[in-house]
Design a protein around this ligand. Structure first.
Ligand code: HH2
Length: 286
């Protein structure tokens, strides 16, 4: 096991290339929508991280604050208290692991980078904390810039767009430009349309159907559709953790359209689906 994606190396440096990378989700929160409370204990969290690495995750994304619709923010202090011990335990068990931290706070990002994180996943696309761009620039690390309309507390109330694909693409183009102007290296920028963040079913489907609009901006693209509500709406699966088959469909379709990072809870299912998709679309490499 322990595959290395062709688009990220052990130092956390991004490379251009078609190889998909699975980003395993580790929510160290009591209230995440599908796995809240499962991994609050740092040892349980690190154990799950090792399982995801063994299942083929190229990156782990550790988060200490839920961003699910209706959720409340936590303090930076609490976020650091949740994330850093888990990071330290993961890296003690697997020093080679590439770990990302899901935060929009510069203080949490700094603490996580000091503890060994190598990527920042910012769901506010550097809008949440004015110091975040500097942190990313100084660390010279990759950063995920995600689109979101509104705040988690209210974002699913009545999301509205004239043209969701154009607006999300324009937003991401603007945020990438902002990041680069602030000194972030262009090769460290990853874009994410933010599935489920201020979007209804039709908005999510339009984005997944027209991903080329985002891919054409020229940066690697990440998709985070794992277990989300819109999959339940389509399949009728109420229990979020049982939405794995629907999630895999989004992964394969997004990969076919050029996305290369897949932030998922169910690593093995998505990794195997991507291996088959990759073999069909490109070359069988074993
Ligand atoms: N989705 C969630 C959290 N962080 N980051 C990126 N870049 N893209 C996403 O789509 C994304 C994200 C929400 O999912 P989850 O982490 O499972 O839930 P919660 O926010 O409730 O912890």
């Amino acid at each position: 096991m322990g595959r290395t994606a062709r688009n990220i190396d052990r130092a956390g440096t991004l490379h251009k290339g078609p190889g998909p990378a699975v980003v395993g989700i580790l929510n160290v929160t009591p209230d995440s929508f599908s796995d809240g409370g499962d991994f609050l204990d740092p040892d349980a969290a690190a154990e799950h991280a090792v399982v995801m690495l063994d299942e083929g995750a190229e990156i782990l994304d550790v988060g200490g604050e839920s961003t699910r619709p209706g959720s409340d923010p936590v303090s930076q202090e609490e976020e650091i208290r949740r994330v850093v011990p888990v990071l330290e335990r993961i890296l003690a068990l697997r020093p080679e692991a590439v770990v990302s931290v899901d935060t929009y706070r510069a203080g949490t990002a700094t603490a996580a980078l000091e503890a060994g994180a190598r990527l920042i996943n910012d769901v506010t696309a550097l809008r949440g904390d004015p110091r975040m761009a500097t942190v990313v620039k100084e660390a010279a690390c990759p950063v995920i810039l995600m689109h979101r309309q509104g705040e988690p507390k209210t974002m699913q109330k009545e999301p509205h767009y004239e043209d969701v694909v154009r607006e999300v693409r324009d937003f991401l183009a603007e945020r990438a430009e902002y990041a680069v102007a602030a000194g972030v290296r262009p090769e460290n920028v990853i874009l994410d349309p933010g599935i489920g963040f201020g979007k209804n079913l039709e908005h999510n489907l339009a984005l997944l159907r027209n991903l080329d609009a985002v891919v054409d901006l020229g940066f690697p693209v990440l998709i985070g559709a794992s277990r989300k509500t819109f999959i339940g709406r389509i399949t009728g699966v109420q229990e979020a953790r049982e939405r794995v088959f629907g999630t895999v469909a989004t992964t394969v379709l997004a990969y076919q359209q050029g996305a290369t990072f897949f932030r998922v809870h169910d690593v093995r299912a998505n990794r195997e689906a991507l291996a088959v998709a990759e073999s069909v679309l490109h070359v069988f490499r074993r």
